[in-house]
Ligand binder design. Structure first.
Ligand code: CDP
Ligand code: ZN
Length: 158
């Protein structure tokens, strides 16, 4: 059986020194305003995976009102979801992702993000593709007020 999922996430930016995207720490003059570490790529990935399997959304798994998730490492949230995925006999077929960020330039980090996503979902880096787009200097992304991510995932069960 195969199932497809889609995920989207946005986090607002404020003055800071580091962005965490796809589990990769990126030095930047802005950081995410978020209850967790604000990792938009991993949050979109989680939503894509749980969406594919009909398991609701990230907010139902990890309520942002829960103090336990304050400053949470999104890699751990992803691993928690993936444990249930594996228990239920599912594997990830492939992941395709887009990060919407005016700045910083993400091309040099894409390979590392693909490796992180592959590791977190127990697949090969060749099954993961990460893309980046600017906001063409318009809208919240273009004005560097926010960074967003979209993820599509194919889930497979033998
Ligand atoms: O050229 P087009 O309008 O389709 O895309 P763009 O948003 O101007 O981005 C051009 C290219 O820059 C992308 O295809 C990415 O390879 C790269 N990019 C990046 O490395 N980091 C970003 N934050 C945004 C885009
Ligand atoms: Zn998020």
């Amino acid at each position: 059986m195969i199932r497809i999922g889609i995920g989207h996430d946005t986090h607002r930016l404020e003055a800071g020194d580091t962005l965490t995207i796809g589990g990769v720490s990126i030095p930047h003059e802005k950081g995410f305003v978020a209850h967790s570490d604000g990792d938009v790529l991993l949050h979109a990935l989680i939503d894509a995976v749980v969406g594919a399997l009909g398991w609701g959304d990230i907010g139902e798994w990890f309520p942002d009102t829960d103090p336990q998730h304050k400053g949470a490492d999104s890699k751990q949230l992803t691993s928690e979801v993936m444990r249930k995925v594996q228990t239920e006999g599912w594997v990830v077929g492939n992941i395709d992702a887009i990060i919407f960020a005016q700045q910083p330039k993400l091309s040099i980090y894409k390979e590392e993000m693909e490796q992180q996503l592959a590791k977190l979902t127990s697949i090969e880096p060749g099954q993961v593709n990460v893309k980046a787009k600017t906001g063409e200097k318009v809208g919240p992304v273009g004005r560097e007020e926010a960074i967003s991510a979209q993820v599509a995932v194919l889930m497979v069960r033998e």
